[in-house]
Design a protein around this ligand. Structure first.
Ligand SMILES: Cc1ncc(COP(=O)(O)O)c(C=O)c1O
Length: 255
């Protein structure tokens, strides 16, 4: 039970109350005790432009006053079109449609649902399986956690998770196949084709992976040419390739 009026928030850790932040600016957070804290990671690596950017706050406030919300089943706004166009432009023009969501778990769940719809609409309703990697993280909701390979976050909830296949993690630091970058013949990519053939290509809907790992594998990434081979395998078996850039996108790798 809350012990006073300031104790109603169910915190991340039950036995620890986090500092209350009352102001933020650039790389700094200020708590209610007068401490200035450097937010070296931009929150959960999401606040890449820094805190308290007036230009953004002004535009958001102005938009909130003009149109704060419309339901996407019925309406769009010119600003939504504009933002979608900007995302397509920033991603090099290869992408021509954007579906906005509120977070990473919702993004990967939506991508997996879109893949399933694609197969149904193409007359392949038996395609439903998702293949992913161990030591990956795609979100905390039950669907996203099912294709995540973050064992410590999955542990308590495995009875609720869907039984999808996870392939070994892909990185050269401790190669699962005992290879070095010099001797590598992309067995980590070949594992996907082997698994698709084992499961039956007619049942496999999508492959999901992080191009550069986030939480669970500390920025590790697969060897060169890995994703070129993955692309070929996915195309060969009509398996949709989902790249989860929730952690590495929007310029966070410096590119
Ligand atoms: C690669 C990746 N995908 C998905 C997610 C889930 O994002 P969210 O916490 O916004 O649901 C995360 C969160 O850290 C992530 O790193």
């Amino acid at each position: 039970m809350p012990s006073n009026d300031n104790d109603h928030v169910l915190g991340f850790l039950l036995n620890k109350k986090n500092p209350a932040i009352v102001k933020s600016e650039g790389i700094y957070l200020y708590d209610d005790q007068g401490n200035r804290i450097i937010d070296a990671s931009g929150g959960a690596i999401v606040c890449s432009i820094g805190h308290g950017v007036k230009e953004i706050a002004d535009i958001v406030a102005e938009q909130m006053q003009r149109v704060a919300f419309v339901f996407r089943r019925a309406f769009i706004t010119p600003e939504l079109e504009q933002a979608a166009g900007k995302v397509c432009e920033l991603t090099g023009g290869d992408m021509d449609r954007v579906f906005f969501v509120s977070g990473g778990s919702e993004a990967t769940e939506t991508a997996v649902k879109l893949a399933r719809k694609y197969h149904i609409d193409n007359g392949n309703p038996a395609k439903f399986r998702v293949i992913s990697r161990w030591q990956s993280y795609h979100g905390a909701t039950l669907g996203a956690l099912s294709w995540s390979g973050f064992t410590s976050r999955r542990a308590d909830f495995t009875p609720y998770l869907n039984d999808f296949v996870h392939l070994p993690a892909t990185h050269c630091y401790r190669c699962w196949y005992g290879e070095s970058p010099q001797s590598c013949d992309l067995q980590c990519a070949q594992a996907l084709e082997d698994e698709i053939l084992c499961l039956g290509p007619e049942t496999v809907s999508a492959y999901i992976a992080e191009p550069v790992s986030g939480h669970s594998l500390a920025a590790a990434h697969p060897p060169d040419e890995h994703f070129t081979r993955i692309r070929e395998i996915c195309d060969k078996y009509d398996v949709l390739m989902i790249l989860d850039e929730v952690m590495s996108g929007v310029g966070r790798t410096g590119k």
